[in-house]
Design a protein around this ligand. Structure first.
Ligand SMILES: Cc1cc2nc3c(=O)[nH]c(=O)nc-3n(C[C@H](O)[C@H](O)[C@H](O)COP(=O)(O)OP(=O)(O)OC[C@H]3O[C@@H](n4cnc5c(N)ncnc54)[C@H](O)[C@@H]3O)c2cc1C
Ligand SMILES: *[C@@H]1O[C@H](CO)[C@@H](O)[C@H](O)[C@H]1NC(C)=O
Ligand SMILES: *[C@@H]1O[C@H](CO)[C@@H](O)[C@H](O)[C@H]1NC(C)=O
Length: 507
């Protein structure tokens, strides 16, 4: 529920504007001109729509930022009209927001600039003849997957149903279905885009394969996407859900994880997320998300080994795919905290199953002092170990490739997602630093862990995963074809409008 006191909010907002200089006169002028072109689509401070839209973010950190106005377009034409006008105001920043789940300041937020909220450009339809879904960026995965499930199909999408659609599909997207069909972005075959100069173009992967590759993992840099065309796949009932374990199961869980990563190649229908949580006083726990694309999970092999470990809470069962996603997202929807993400890509080292526990111990040591403070009881951090099986790159390559540079000859890897959440604004820097300290330490350890297995560490290709990254991480710089995509971006945006004035990771 929204806190519905817009008057108090506005007074606080006005005070903030006075203190910070407020939205510039040019930003306000741009907003007014857009408002003239798109009557009733633009909301300004003091209005309830503005108040609600400016708070529509998963991480509460982002609710502190105040755009000059919020545009709520209802079509690509509306977005085009707004971007065309913004072209006349080179000093005004603007940004698009789909679900608002990216926790980084300045990505889907814009202090004193123009926020283009895509919430009303929403809805999913299935084109049976072409076997593709037409997906608009507003809303959340719960809605997309529920709509498609009625047709007996699905697309490669979010694992927690509450997550937003546009950012997920533009920044990569790891799904429970990725070992069967690749990353979410790999399965996008068409994009309707409002480009830097406001023109609407349709990019088709078959006609523009190079641009298609760039669009699969470059984020917001090629324009505002108003519709995605995505390959569909059949889906029936699935098995899965969440189980929670206490710290005593750490060894068993990490052993099963180590065996699961290469096993995924043999059983592509199985998927897991291993979440290692660090909370009060340095206590540790595990949340495992399990998924099996079938009514019953296997009874032998590494996936089955996980299921034999005794849990303290178990809500796994056979259910529909929309039911699973909905229940997976429930906990995260209640969080209501300041949150940070940071990522790192780990090589899978067959002869070393000890690194997960080393990483876990390190994160406990980094956070223990802080988390032992009785005044910080609501703070926690977690490290997610997400297997990225070699098979994923085979699907990527078969579909033409992605910006992250996954290929058919990829080794097994794991993508780490390091999350912290807290409630006190004064802890923002401390909490982010915990994740930075951990990734710095891991980066120093990787050459030691890799040892002889892969040869020199420099040869291991470990691109960063954009959807899980912190704003300061050079995600695009970690991509193999960075220079090529940078050139393509320059071509699409010669004046640097998207590069310098909008939010998100850049080339
Ligand atoms: C609870 C939770 C669970 C998650 N689970 C997963 C998971 O299973 N797998 C995974 O891969 N990731 C996961 N993520 C990460 C998630 O993919 C990213 O946070 C993603 O950015 C969310 O998409 P969004 O639409 O909410 O993005 P937003 O926050 O709205 O935007 C993110 C960035 O993309 C840009 N952008 C958004 N929409 C458009 C558009 N239509 N056109 C142009 N630019 C646009 C914005 O300007 C911004 O720079 C999860 C995140 C959360 C919070
Ligand atoms: C990111 O990495 C690329 C490629 O190595 C490099 O050229 C670029 O300068 C880096 N950007 C920043 C901001 O460090
Ligand atoms: C606007 O951008 C599109 C796509 O990048 C391009 O084809 C077109 O020529 C541009 N129009 C103008 C007037 O610059």
């Amino acid at each position: 529920m929204h806190i519905s006191n817009p008057i108090v909010f506005s007074i606080v907002g006005l005070m903030g504007q006075v203190a910070m200089g407020g939205a510039s006169a040019t930003a306000t002028k741009a907003c007014q001109e857009i408002s003239k072109a798109l009557p009733s689509r633009v909301s300004f401070p003091l209005s309830i729509t503005y108040y609600n839209e400016a708070r529509e973010y998963w991480s509460t950190v982002l609710r502190d930022l105040k755009p000059a106005c919020v545009i709520l377009p209802e079509s690509a034409l509306d977005v085009s009209a707004a971007v065309t006008i913004l072209n006349k105001y080179p000093d005004v920043k603007f940004t698009a927001r789909s679900g608002g789940h990216d926790p980084n300041i300045g990505h889907a937020t814009v202090q004193d600039g123009v926020l283009i909220s895509l919430g009303k450009i929403s809805g999913t339809t299935y084109d049976r003849n072409r076997n593709v879904a037409l997906v608009k960026p507003g809303g959340e995965w719960n809605e997309v997957i529920a709509a498609l499930n009625k047709e007996g199909v699905t697309i490669v999408g979010g694992r927690l149903g509450i997550v937003g659609i546009g950012g997920f599909l533009l920044q990569g997207g790891i799904s429970f279905l990725s070992s069967q069909y690749g990353l979410a972005a790999d399965n996008v075959v068409g994009w309707e885009i409002v480009t830097a100069n406001g023109t609407i173009i349709n990019v088709n992967a078959a006609d523009q394969p190079e641009l298609a590759v760039a669009l699969r993992g470059s984020g917001s840099q090629f324009g505002i996407v108003t519709q995605f065309t995505v390959r569909a796949y059949p889906i029936g009932k699935v098995w899965g859900g969440m189980r929670i374990y206490d710290e005593s199961k750490a060894d068993a869980i990490f052993k099963a994880l180590h065996e699961f990563v290469p096993y995924n190649l043999q059983d592509k229908k199985a998927a897991i997320i291993t979440t290692n949580i660090f909370a009060i006083g340095g206590t540790r726990a595990f949340i495992m998300f399990y998924f099996y694309d079938g009514e019953t999970p296997p009874t032998t092999g590494p996936f089955a080994d996980f299921l034999k470990i005794g849990s303290i809470i178990d809500i796994t069962k056979t259910q529909t795919y929309p039911e699973l996603l909905k229940s997976n997202g429930f906990g995260a929807s209640l969080l209501n905290s300041r949150i940070s993400f940071r990522t790192l890509t780990l090589p899978y080292i067959a002869n070393n199953g000890a690194i997960y526990a080393e990483i876990s111990d390190k994160m406990r040591d980094i956070t223990k002092g802080f988390l032992s403070n009785p005044f910080k009881l609501t703070s926690q951090c977690s490290v997610d170990f997400q297997p990225l099986s070699s098979i994923v790159g085979q699907h990527t390559e078969a579909r033409g490739g992605n910006a992250m540079g996954l290929t058919g000859s990829d080794p097994d890897r794991l993508i780490l997602e390091i999350q912290c959440s807290w409630s006190d604004k004064n802890d923002d820097d401390i909490m982010r630093q915990f994740s930075i300290d951990l990734t710095n330490w891991i980066e120093s350890r990787i050459p030691v862990w890799v040892g002889g297995e892969y040869g020199p560490a420099a040869n291991v290709y470990l691109p960063l995963f954009m959807n899980d990254a912190m704003a300061d991480q050079n995600v695009t710089g970690s991509y193999r074809d960075y220079a090529k995509f940078k050139a393509l971006q320059l071509q699409a945006d010669p004046q640097g409008i998207l590069r310098t004035r909008t939010g998100g990771f850049k080339y």
